[in-house]
Design a protein around this ligand. Structure first.
Ligand SMILES: Cc1ncc(COP(=O)(O)O)c(C=O)c1O
Length: 404
């Protein structure tokens, strides 16, 4: 397999289109952000402005939204789980979520009305930690099911938030089916970021919750009087984050939207594969997906995510693991006065790719197709910190996974 490949998507964008894109209107995402802000541990995450490295690379600038500090759980995932679980409770009680900020949500009045809810999810890490954190915050029961082989650190991090964790002897897809059966039998509420027949509300809310981080980034850009990005790189697993972000950016900027590029590891490039087939349908990657980018190792694009991305993204790129490893190292050890930040295996890929596109002569054609030059400002989302500490140290300290 070629190490890098890019497919442009030169489609006419219909900004009046109805459908999934409407879930990501600026008003909807602002509602999610307002809810997030009601949590006591809410704090804006940094928008890191890499003035010095971008100068060296011949770009106008690079902004990285550093989600490692979000809600103290080392990744962006609490944004989706909180908005989804909050909306579930609001609907169940028939109270508008605007009237249920965090403080009221955990009040005796509301807890009495609601009774006991058990939330369940299948996860291989960050998402489960997000769901467990929200369960702990909202004082509700959470059961997390993890596929066989799930790392013990990840299990411990979720258990530390009070959730009951079961590591099954099944793979990810079979574990989801198992959770669906158990939820059915026991009346649990499933919190999953992919939709299926009859299960769309929670995945949609999760995507809206993720999109809030991009709205926050644009609000920081405006507040700090920074020029707007010309390019946004969005890494995708099932595409809940990328789809939500792309939807929000489309609604926010319409004709002026930046070039939005979907980034995936070679081993799990399902959006890329779907674009390559060019029939408007989703195409899946099957079998094992041996990539360090664990959060991106998903073979099936989400339905809502694909709906949005297939209409409004500008291209799809797949790349090798060492790109993300480089992104992690570049983030940890910056140049000049640029700020250092912790970027994990699924987080470093977009910055690593931006860097490589600018320095690697072999990638010149892709760079030109994407249109990266001295006028470009690239926005990347660093979606996690060192969620697997040992893997992070092996890569950043000891140089595991590199270009040479
Ligand atoms: C750190 C990190 N980044 C990115 C993603 C990709 O998100 P999505 O599956 O919504 O595409 C994940 C998903 O688990 C993740 O954990």
């Amino acid at each position: 397999m070629q190490d890098f490949s890019y497919i442009p998507q030169n489609k006419h964008k219909d900004f009046n289109m109805k459908g999934s894109i409407e879930f990501f209107s600026v008003d909807e995402i602002q509602r999610a952000l307002n809810f997030h802000k009601s949590f006591p541990s809410f704090k804006e995450t940094d928008l890191v402005v890499l003035n010095d490295r971008s100068k060296e690379l011949g770009l106008s600038n690079i902004y990285v939204k550093d989600e490692s500090t979000r809600f103290g759980i080392n990744s962006f995932k609490g944004l989706g789980a909180s908005w989804a679980m909050g909306n579930y409770i609001a609907e169940k009680l028939n109270i508008p979520i605007e009237e249920l900020p965090y403080e009221r949500m955990v009040s005796d009045e509301i807890r009495k009305k609601l009774g006991k809810v058990t939330f369940a999810s299948c996860t291989d890490g960050n998402h489960g930690r997000g769901v467990a954190w929200v369960g702990q915050m909202l004082q509700q029961e959470v059961k997390i099911f993890m596929p066989k082989g799930s790392g013990s650190d990840r299990v411990k991090n979720i258990e530390a938030l009070g959730a009951e964790v079961t590591v099954t002897d099944l793979n990810y897809d079979d574990t989801i089916r198992y959770v669906m059966d158990e939820a059915d039998k026991n009346g649990w509420v499933i919190v999953q970021d992919t939709s299926w027949d009859g299960y769309v509300d929670i995945p949609k809310w999760i995507m809206q919750g993720y999109a809030a981080l991009v709205l926050e980034a644009y609000q920081q850009i405006e507040r700090d009087n920074l020029p707007k990005p010309t390019h946004v790189f969005l890494q995708a697993g099932v595409g809940a984050m990328a789809g939500g972000a792309c939807g929000l950016i489309t609604n926010l900027l319409k004709e002026d939207m930046p070039k939005t590029i979907i980034v995936e590891p070679n081993e799990a490039a399902a959006f890329y594969k779907s674009a390559q087939a060019n029939d408007g349908e989703r195409h899946f990657v099957t079998g094992s997906m041996p990539t360090i980018m664990a959060g991106l190792a998903c073979g099936e694009p989400g339905i809502i995510a694909w709906d949005v991305i297939a209409e409004f993204a500008d291209g799809y790129i797949r790349c090798p693991d060492w790109i993300s490893a480089n992104g992690m190292r570049l983030s940890a050890v910056p140049v000049g006065n640029d700020k250092s930040f912790v970027s994990g295996e699924s987080a470093g890929v977009s910055y690593g790719l931006t860097n490589e596109l600018m320095i690697n002569e072999d990638l010149k054609e892709i760079k030109n197709q994407i249109g990266l030059d001295e006028n470009s400002i690239v926005l990347c989302i660093s979606t996690e910190g060192d969620t697997d500490v040992k893997a992070y140290q092996d890569i950043v300290w000891y140089g595991k996974i590199n270009k040479f």
